[in-house]
Design a protein around this ligand. Structure first.
Ligand code: ADP
Ligand code: MG
Length: 272
């Protein structure tokens, strides 16, 4: 069994980020080290101001302990980090790990805006963090922030992806995750010849919390299991479509809860 470290926020209620990544990666037969980068009573969309615990003094102690305990990880997925210092601490810790795969979802903003609490210094820290990644999964907003290009809801994908690739190590891939093409939503990246590739599924009605986190967990899991980038993105998008369709079929009364995962987990288990 491969061991994967997942570092992102843990929101007790809302079914997103770490709460979604753990079941997805467990179903893919990973040993999951679930590292909360901050602790929240709920996620930050629709519940009012959550109770938050800043874990920035606990995290260095975690890395020290894990080093003494001689823990090793084969893969890592980094999502919401939250501070410049923690970006640096994570980079430092992971540089001492024999990772076969590092996937970074450079959580910075959405709809053209930085998330509240983040500034240009944080963007710089994220630029440093992505330099060590094998695959990065920015949305359109994060692609603009990382490259310093002006935000456009429908960007020039070739130019944006080329600029993103310039900030990565050789052989690494930038994948933009919320690309719309006609009635489809999915992912775009550059192939070996520098041509834009796209995979996606029909967009279903509504907006859902946690889709990006779940997508990132699925992509990291598939890549770590040896699937090609193209196949990983195809499968991950198909699974997300299942999850959104299941969420719609449930006719939920509380739209704040993240997406339903049962159908997606069934599809993942059928791979094993
Ligand atoms: P986030 O805003 O949480 O980062 P995205 O909007 O980038 O998430 O969505 C991530 C993925 O989730 C998409 O690439 C797609 O696979 C799936 N997805 C999100 N919204 C929908 C939708 N309305 N219909 C179908 N799939 C969706
Ligand atoms: Mg996202």
């Amino acid at each position: 069994m491969a061991a994967i470290l997942v570092a992102q926020d843990l929101s007790a209620v809302g079914g997103i980020s770490l709460s979604a990544a753990v079941p997805v990666l467990t179903a893919m037969q990973y040993e999951v080290a679930a590292l909360p980068t901050s602790l929240l009573s709920t996620h930050t969309s629709g519940y009012g101001k959550p109770a938050v615990v800043d874990l920035s003094s606990w995290l260095p102690a975690v890395f020290d302990h894990w080093t003494r305990a001689d823990l090793q990880f084969d893969a890592a997925l980094i999502g919401y980090v939250g501070s410049v210092q923690l970006c640096q601490q994570l980079t430092q810790y992971l540089s001492r790990q024999p990772l076969d795969l590092l996937v970074v979802d450079p959580v910075l903003g959405d709809l053209g805006e930085l998330y509240s609490g983040f500034d240009q210094q944080y963007v710089e820290a994220m630029r440093d963090l992505v330099k060590t990644a094998d695959v990065i999964l920015p949305n359109v907003t994060e692609a603009a922030l990382l490259t310093g290009r002006p935000y456009q809801p429908v960007p020039d994908l070739r130019a944006t992806l080329t600029a993103l690739q310039a900030g990565l190590k050789p052989g690494a891939h930038a994948v933009i995750t919320d690309v719309t093409r006609e009635d489809r939503i999915g992912c775009a990246w550059l192939d070996e010849r520098g041509a834009v590739q796209f995979v996606g599924e029909p967009r279903l009605p509504g907006h859902y919390n946690g889709t990006g986190d779940t997508l990132a967990a699925a992509i990291a899991g598939l890549l770590g299991r040896g699937f090609s980038l193209t196949r990983s993105l195809e499968l991950a998008n198909q699974w997300m479509h299942l999850a959104v369709a299941e969420t719609l079929a449930e006719r939920r009364t509380d739209p704040r809860q993240g997406i339903a995962l049962a159908q997606m987990l069934r599809a993942i288990l059928s791979l094993n």
